[in-house]
Design a protein around this ligand. Structure first.
Ligand SMILES: C[S@@+](CC[C@H](N)C(=O)[O-])C[C@H]1O[C@@H](n2cnc3c(N)ncnc32)[C@H](O)[C@@H]1O
Length: 203
């Protein structure tokens, strides 16, 4: 994780410039869909620069955690600008320092496409532990298209995406959601067949 932390610290100043076009023309429309599923005490996991902050539903009490202090600093400034009360903590998604059954919802936008596959079961285990029974995990993540030309285009772009964000389109997050632990409430694409929204409930 040290590499990811260093990488995001080093791009935290430029992250929003790098991502501006995607945020304006793609993600801005999708974030409210994600947050419409969150309620009560909520964890924004991999909060980044806080791009979700304007979409927190009224009445939610949000804690944002991230591996990168640089990204958290930006999130703090955004929360102040939007006058949104939020607790921001420096923490690793694979080692959450919260008690069991603390949160009603956990939201993760574009974290699992960054987390290496080998860390994903551990992060999902931690999320399961800190959710209340019946609590929801809402995931919005990139995956490879099944359409030949689009997939080829994504394959061509992947080295650049990895270089910039340490992200990949080939993560297997859904395969780590154990049937005994999670009930799938929603599994759909919100942009082409490349951005997947999953809403799953702790059994
Ligand atoms: C692509 S950014 C997405 C940020 C934000 N969720 C958004 O939607 O704009 C991924 C974020 O995950 C954070 N991150 C990566 N690995 C992490 C880990 N193990 N624990 C917590 N945060 C992590 C990075 O520092 C970065 O801020």
């Amino acid at each position: 994780m040290a590499n990811l932390q260093q990488h995001y610290d080093s791009i935290s100043k430029w992250y929003e410039i790098l991502d501006w076009g995607f945020e304006q023309f793609r993600y801005r429309k999708l974030r409210p869909m994600v947050w419409s599923h969150a309620a009560g005490k909520t964890l924004d996991l991999g909060v980044g620069t806080g791009l979700n902050i304007p979409y927190y539903p009224p009445g939610t009490e949000v804690t944002g955690v991230d591996l990168s202090a640089g990204m958290l600093e930006k999130a703090k400034l955004r929360a102040e600008r939007h006058k949104v009360p939020i607790e921001l903590l420096h923490m690793d998604a694979t080692d959450l320092k919260f008690n069991n059954v603390t949160f009603n919802s956990v939201v993760s936008t574009f974290l699992f496409c960054v987390l290496p596959d080998e860390s994903q079961p551990q992060a999902l285990g931690e999320i399961h532990r800190v959710l209340v029974p019946g609590g929801k995990l809402i995931l919005m993540e990139y995956v490879y298209s099944k359409k030949f030309w689009r997939r080829l285009w994504m394959k061509a772009l992947e080295p650049l995406v990895y270089r910039l964000y340490r992200a990949g389109f080939d993560r297997n997050t859904h395969t780590y959601l154990k049937e005994t632990q999670w009930k799938i409430l929603e599994d759909s694409f919100v942009y082409q067949d490349t951005i997947r929204l999953m809403v799953v409930q702790k059994k």
